[in-house]
Each structure stands twice: as structure tokens, then as C-alpha cells.
Design a protein around this ligand. Structure first.
Ligand code: CS2
Length: 496
């Protein structure tokens, strides 16, 4: 039996012909993008688009320098160092075939806790035209209830005190932009790639709030020289599991310590507002538009919230993966009702987009048995996701006096989810920056159900809306007295 080969630059030429490898000379790649947060999503999305541009069009001036800010990032840093920045992206086709490509667009990586100055200098380098971010929904440090920047966050307090050894993205950006200003290096684009409505506007607001207190002399320069394009990003990218690593080794004789698997679907719709130019990502499928709002609304309220629906109901029932939940006919009927009756009316004018086709494609994507996206991944950090994915639908429907029964039921399911136990008695951890508060509120809600809606940073003033509160209370009562599947069946037939 042939032995497997470790992934690194030197070994690329020895790999099986079934694996696509970079044919461009990586030594000729010039870095012009710094990316903060090299997680699986960045590796299946922006780094993939950029690699395609290098591979298919020979555009080599858009190399990526990855940056890890958190201790957690040490692992990816070590692995990328070991593998010369290379990793395998395994697209799982709809028929289950694996389609592996070695991605070469990440040509540098800096682990910030070890070398904060190197990160600041890199972001201030005149060659850097874009600083892109995947720092998660919660990473923007805004109170979801009030929309205000959270200055009480202890790491933010630390960064204000020690500006030269920052820990947050805001501390780093402030120092780097200050250097750019003093050195006359010119503007840069800060490009959010997170699942947030108006992600560019949110990045801008969060940064300006921080700078206003930390470095007010920099505000005007940012206004004049930095752009923050909004974008919709999409590709379902599950957590890599041991089996993914093993299959690559067994079927392709490739040893990659941390490959990424993903679905074939990919989409990136970007507002064309780049202060210092940009790669021609449109050549490899990205769409540049004047207004991304309709695309963002559609994606966040249907795909991401659809995930939340399946994740929460699925978790209570005991399903482990999203495809299992989506293949459950009762849950799927509920999901379709949620999309058609409660979300679609809030989406407004979508121009040329075929909404029915989009929704049908989502069901297909959720049902893809090969992706094995974990319910646990969908449910983690819900306190940052639900206010973005689900509550805007509730707010919009309430405003136009329309139905919110299913959406409120999902909020109630989330409350019950925080009891930490499914209906078979299996326990699971609540992985959430607000886990203490959520667990406490869920516990209190057994006697006083409204307590859950009093989590102000999540629900804000929704707790004062009578219609919403009633819908939530009756759903929670139902969920606490019967199994989730029974409740869903009842609602499906009642709401037909
Ligand atoms: C998911 C997203 O985290 C979540 O809850 O809905 O990660 C989703 O898979 C991506 O946004 C797909 O583009």
C-alpha cells in the first residue's frame, strides 16, 4: 500500500493527480490583504475565491496574510506554518464525491499574541489594500438590544489602557490606521465577511465608536480614507471532523492536519466601495452591486434563520446534524411555513431574484446528507446570532401586524434549549459568550417565563410588545408540556 504524503510546498508535485494543486508560483504572490480570523469559513470562501483568481487568471498581487488574535488561533497558526500556508478545501459534491483542492492564497500568517507589533506593522504596510475580517457576529462588540458599543467589555478596557499591546481587533486597527495616517501611506478598505446585516456599516460604527474614545485625532482620517463595503457571504462550512482528515488520507493519500470541507454552493455579493482598489473577484463569481441590502436580508433571514429553526428544534428532539432535522417532514413543513408566511413578506423588493427558487435551493442545501453540519455548530453563540437572524423578522412582522407564531416558537425553543438537555435526557453544553445569563434566565423561566425575554442585550424592547410576549409564553408553555415534534405538528395543522 502506498503511504500518504504530508501537505507542504515541497510535496505538492508528488500528490495524487486527483487533487488539484496551485499551478502558480507562490513565491511570486504579493500580499495585499490582511485577514483577521482564519477560520474554516474564511478558508472555504474569501481564500478560495482569491486562490481561483490566482489559479485561473494569474492575478498574483492579492496574496493573503492571515492574522490570529485569539489564543485559540495558535493551532491553525502552527498547522499553517507546518504546511507552508497550504490546506485542502474538500468540496463535497451533491452525489457525495469528494473534490479536493489545495489552496495557496494564504502566503503569510502572524499569530498576534506572540507578535503584536508585527501585526500592526503589517496592517500599516503600504502594500496592504484590504483588511478583511471574520470575527463572528459577536466580535463587533455591540449590544444587540441598544446597538451601542460595549465599553464595559474587560478586553476593550484593557486595550484602551495598553494601546501598544492590543488584544481586540479594534485596538489593532486603531494603531495600524494611526501609523498609516502618520506615514502618509494612504487609505485602506476594512471588509467584513461576517453574517451581519450591513456588516460594513456595523464594522464602521464599532470602529469609530472605539476610536472616538481611544484616539479621537484619528476620526477624520478614517472618515476620509477608509471604506467599509457591505457584503453578503455564503457557503455552508461545517466543523472539520476526524473522519474528514482520515478520508483525505485514505482516499487521496494526503495528510492535511486541518482540511476544510464545504458544500458546492458559494456566493459573495459585495458593495463596490474599495478605498485602495481590489482584486477582480468578479472574474471568479463574486457579484459587485450598488446595494447589497436585499441580498443580505434574504440570506440572513432565510438561510441563517432557517438554520436556527432546524438547529433549535433539532437539538430539543435529539438530532445531531442539520440534514436529519431538515429531512424530518414535520420540521421541514414548519420551516417552509416560517419562510413563506413569516420571512418572505418582510423582504420587500428583491429585484431580479427568484425568491421561490432561492427558498427551494435552501431546503436542498439543508438536506445535503454529505455535509453533516452539526446542530451544535448552529446553536453555538445564539445570543449573537438570533438578534441578527430571527428578531428582525419578528420586528418587521409585528410592525405590519402579521403572523409571528413560528418565529416566537423558535425563540421559546431557544429558551428551552438553554436547559441544556434534549428530550431523551441527553445533556449538551451551552457554548455562548452569554451562557451564564442564558442558563440562569432559562432556569428562572420555569416559574416566571417572561424572565427569558428580559435578557436586555438580546431582546431590547421586544419584551414590551404584548403580541410577541403572548406568542412566546404560549409556545414555551406548550414546549414545556409536550415534545417538540408534537408541538410542531399541532402548529403545522393549526397554521395551514
Ligand atoms: C450558520 C452559518 O452559524 C450559523 O448559524 O447559519 O454559519 C451558515 O452556515 C453560513 O452563514 C452559510 O453561509
Amino acid at each position: 500500500m502506498k503511504s500518504s504524503i504530508a501537505l507542504n510546498q515541497e510535496n505538492l508535485k508528488r500528490l495524487s493527480p486527483n487533487i488539484k494543486v496551485p499551478s502558480y508560483n507562490r513565491n511570486d504572490v504579493k500580499t495585499s490583504i490582511v485577514h483577521i480570523g482564519v477560520g474554516n469559513f474564511h478558508r472555504s470562501h474569501e481564500a478560495y475565491y482569491t486562490h481561483q483568481l490566482m489559479e485561473r487568471f494569474g492575478v498574483l498581487d492579492c496574496g493573503i496574510c492571515g492574522v490570529g488574535l485569539l489564543d485559540y488561533d495558535r493551532r491553525i497558526y502552527n498547522i499553517l506554518k507546518d504546511q507552508d500556508g497550504l490546506y485542502t478545501l474538500v468540496i463535497k459534491e451533491l452525489d457525495g464525491t469528494l473534490n479536493p483542492t489545495v489552496i495557496g492564497s494564504i502566503v503569510e500568517y502572524i499569530f498576534a499574541p506572540e507578535n503584536p507589533i508585527a501585526v500592526i506593522e503589517k496592517m500599516a504596510d503600504p502594500d496592504i489594500k484590504i483588511i478583511s475580517l471574520t470575527i463572528t457576529e459577536g466580535g463587533y462588540n455591540l449590544n444587540e438590544g441598544t446597538g451601542e458599543f460595549d465599553f464595559s467589555n474587560p478586553v476593550i478596557v484593557e486595550d484602551m489602557k495598553n494601546p501598544m499591546s492590543p488584544r481586540t481587533v479594534f485596538g489593532y486597527l486603531t494603531q495600524a490606521l494611526k501609523l498609516r495616517m502618520h506615514r502618509g501611506v494612504g487609505g485602506v478598505t476594512i471588509q467584513s465577511c461576517d453574517n451581519i446585516q450591513g456588516n460594513g456599516n456595523v464594522a464602521r460604527k464599532a470602529l469609530l465608536n472605539y476610536v472616538e474614545k481611544a484616539e479621537p485625532g484619528l476620526l477624520q482620517w478614517i472618515e476620509d480614507n477608509v471604506s467599509f463595503p457591505n457584503a453578503m457571504v455564503d457557503r455552508i462550512t461545517p466543523v472539520t471532523v476526524a473522519e474528514d482528515i482520515a478520508r483525505l488520507q485514505e482516499e487521496f493519500l494526503l495528510e492535511d492536519q486541518w482540511p476544510v470541507v464545504c458544500e458546492p454552493f458559494i456566493q459573495w455579493v459585495i458593495e463596490d466601495d474599495f478605498a485602495a482598489g481590489r482584486p477582480a473577484w468578479e472574474k471568479v463569481g463574486a457579484q459587485f452591486v450598488d446595494n447589497v441590502v436585499p441580498f443580505e436580508n434574504m440570506k440572513l433571514r432565510l438561510l441563517n434563520a432557517g438554520h436556527t429553526v432546524l438547529g433549535m428544534l433539532g437539538a430539543l428532539h435529539g438530532y445531531k446534524t442539520i440534514d436529519e432535522a431538515a429531512r424530518d417532514e414535520d420540521f421541514c413543513e414548519f420551516l417552509k411555513g416560517f419562510m413563506d408566511r413569516e420571512v418572505s413578506p418582510t423582504l420587500g423588493d428583491l429585484g431580479d431574484i427568484d425568491l421561490e427558487k432561492y427558498k427551494a435551493s435552501l431546503i436542498e442545501r439543508f438536506r445535503n446528507v454529505h455535509i453533516k453540519d452539526l446542530v451544535a455548530r448552529i446553536c453555538l453563540e445564539s445570543s449573537a446570532k438570533i438578534p441578527i437572524f430571527l428578531l428582525p423578522t419578528i420586528r418587521a412582522q409585528l410592525k405590519s401586524h402579521q403572523n409571528i407564531t413560528r418565529a416566537a416558537f423558535v425563540v421559546a425553543a431557544w429558551c428551552k434549549y438553554n436547559d441544556g438537555k434534549d428530550e431523551n435526557g441527553n445533556t449538551y453544553p451551552i457554548e455562548d459568550a452569554m451562557s451564564n445569563e442564558l442558563i440562569r434566565a432559562a432556569a428562572l423561566s420555569h416559574h416566571e417565563p417572561i424572565r427569558f425575554l428580559q435578557i436586555e442585550p438580546v431582546f431590547g424592547d421586544l419584551v414590551n410588545n404584548k403580541t410577541f410576549v403572548e406568542a412566546f409564553l404560549s409556545s414555551l408553555e406548550m414546549l414545556r408540556s409536550k415534545k417538540v415534534k408534537e408541538c410542531v405538528r399541532e402548529l403545522n395543522s393549526k397554521l395551514k
